[in-house]
Ligand binder design. Structure first.
Ligand code: HEC
Length: 150
């Protein structure tokens, strides 16, 4: 065995390693894309109302305080699973009413608790928001967040 690395061995390791990791990177990219498009996107459930709900979410900058699937600010609870937390999978009507009721009841101004401001949203906008939350809850996040309150 050679005591020192020869120039050609070093070159082969460099090019071989680069090629190996490039192929691994490309394969994982294709896999992620394929997974997102085919497995985890509920295209049928992506209704106009879900889209409107996303616009309401964006127009009112809910993300300035909340996260959705981990994206956003950490001032207020994660809302990607709010539908699940409010029992929407078992009782959709009650969850819809509870989420809308919560938003309409703001600000609660409970001393010592963070306050959510009031938003002047129509019934249609509130329903669209709930449809959006419901759709996001259906995304297969591979059991993330690990804690339901996350
Ligand atoms: C200024 C910060 C802020 C903004 C902006 C904000 N929220 Fe909140 N939100 C909060 C806080 C703080 C709480 C938790 C309050 C508490 O637990 O008493 C909360 C709680 C909630 C909850 C209940 C979550 C749960 O698990 O009980 C929902 C639903 C919600 N917000 C929806 C929205 C929507 C929809 C918008 C945009 C239209 C929005 N929030 C914008 C601060 C905000």
């Amino acid at each position: 065995m050679a005591e020192t690395l020869t120039r050609s061995a070093a070159r082969n390791i460099f090019f071989g390693g680069s090629l190996f990791f490039f192929i691994a990177f490309a394969a994982l990219t294709v896999h992620s894309h394929w997974y997102m498009v085919n497995d985890s996107t509920d295209r049928k459930g992506l209704t106009d109302s879900v889209e409107r709900g996303k616009h309401v979410w964006e127009q009112n900058s809910c993300i300035n305080c909340h996260t959705i699937l981990g994206e956003g600010a950490y001032f207020a609870p994660e809302l990607g699973n709010v539908w699940h937390r409010y029992g929407g999978r078992e009782n959709p009507q009650a969850a819809r009413a509870a989420i809308k009721g919560w938003i309409k009841a703001q600000p609660l101004n409970v001393p010592g608790r963070r306050t959510m401001p009031a938003f002047d949203l129509s019934e249609e906008e509130l329903d669209a928001l709930v449809d959006f939350f419901r759709w996001v809850d259906g995304i297969d996040t591979q059991d993330w967040p690990p804690h339901p309150a996350g």
